[in-house]
Write a protein of this length. Sequence first.
Length: 237
Amino acid sequence: MEIPNTIRQARYGMPAADQILVNRHYVIGYSYYFRQAKWALEIIDPDNPGLDRPDNFRPDFRVPAMFRADLVDYRGSGYDRGHLVASANQREAELQNSETFLLSNMSPQEPQFNRGIWRKLEAKVRRLDAKKRILETYVICGPIFYFDQPVERIGDEDDNEVSIPIPNAYFKSVLAENDRGALHMWSFLLPNEPSDRPVASFRVPTTKIEQYTGIQLWSQLQGRKIDREKKRVRAMW
């Protein structure tokens, strides 16, 4: 699918997907095969801490019905409707925040993972973005499936064509641009399970994420310096 070059979030690259869902403040690359996002790309924008969270989870009717997740798929499943683009990351306006509750932005997450280590990582990224020298913070995240391991499903257990596979893990790659134009990159790989480990222990080279997902991250950035950045594990901020 051709990717528009006018999307602000795509300045440093945006992978391909079955359907590109362009929202006002973030972009989803949707997978018809997995009935959920392949990736979610955003610029962190948590400017209004007083904004109420609407919790208005709803289907995304831009996705064809046969590939679309619905509320009933999650009901009674034991899994959270886990945000890829966090509600707390997009709080400048009510409509902006509301868009993060589209089910195209959700993925089945183990509850203690979603409310634990995943939430901690989201908060740490917002703290990075709040640093005085950081001008913009770009984030891409999404599910990972290990095909040599069992993949469970939620939804209609009698019909695999309409059920949603539960990811084995999730990735998050962070690209921060500072006031001198320097770019720094961090990537994380987290199993979809509860964890008491520190967030920093989930850091991996960005190239490892690319190998697991089959997508190229930050593809508009080229050169030996970027290649080295993708292969390194940078210290936490």
